[in-house]
Design a protein around this ligand. Structure first.
Ligand code: SAH
Length: 219
């Protein structure tokens, strides 16, 4: 390794640590979540031209009009999903870059992730392979209908915003299972946690967010 490479490596390690400190300052407490964020190389989930901005706490474009979520939001959603006890099987709607999936993977037994845009999913699959993450099942499909063949799930995470709580997804949660998702139109969205009860569901608002919309069909 040349001194130049070493320099870049050390800088990026420091930059990553700064991001983790920022997440702590913003109120992320779960050290499993913080460790997973520290260990997940976000620069490999964006285009090379944007790699130098990968450890800024900001959403970035990933092509096809979509974005990789802001690190704080990934941490917040993962923490909200895990709060209340460990999860075995989690479904994700909206693989996108695959970053949220990769952060979640070490924290649960298996993640089933769905993406409607094939080119994005193929790119994410290559990233999971390169990083040797083996507990992710990917599916090119409209995830708004869930994945009946793998249901029920202990947890569901949705990274694109529907206008209301999708009942098809609630029905694929185990009793006591939880779902974290943004709800509403772009300029008035809230992050919501839904808990499946024996005869329905409860929900709580977490905070204001801004996600791309959940879209039906595949492309
Ligand atoms: N978690 C991703 C966020 C990507 S943006 C990341 O951090 O990179 C949201 C993604 O949801 C987009 O890639 C979009 O194509 C996808 N999406 C929107 N509606 C969908 C649907 N009905 N089913 C599956 N994926 C969907």
């Amino acid at each position: 390794m040349t001194p130049g490479n070493l320099g870049i490596g050390m800088t990026s390690q420091r930059t990553r640590e700064r991001l983790i400190q920022r997440l702590r300052d913003e109120g992320i407490r779960d050290h499993h979540v913080l460790d997973s964020m520290r260990n997940t190389p976000r620069h490999l989930f964006v285009d090379e031209a944007l790699a130098s901005r990968a450890y800024e706490d900001t959403a970035l474009p990933i092509g096809n009009g979509q974005t990789i979520s802001q690190p704080y939001i990934v941490a917040r959603m993962t923490e909200a999903l895990l709060e209340g006890g460990p999860l075995e099987s989690v479904m994700e709607v909206g693989t996108g870059s695959g970053y949220q999936t990769a952060v979640l993977a070490p924290l649960v037994r298996r993640v089933y992730t769905t993406e409607r845009i094939k080119v994005l999913l193929d790119q994410a699959r290559r990233r999971f392979q390169a990083l040797k993450i083996r507990n992710i099942v990917t599916k090119h499909t409209d995830g708004g209908m869930g994945l009946p063949e793998y249901a029920p799930f202990d947890g569901i995470i949705v990274t694109a915003a529907p206008e209301g709580i999708p009942l098809a997804l609630v029905e694929q949660l185990c009793p006591g299972g939880r779902m974290v998702l943004p709800i509403g139109r772009r300029d008035e969205q809230a992050l919501v946690r839904v808990i499946r009860t024996t005869d329905g569901y409860e929900h709580e608002l977490l905070e204001r967010v801004s996600f791309v919309p959940l879209v039906t069909g595949v492309s």
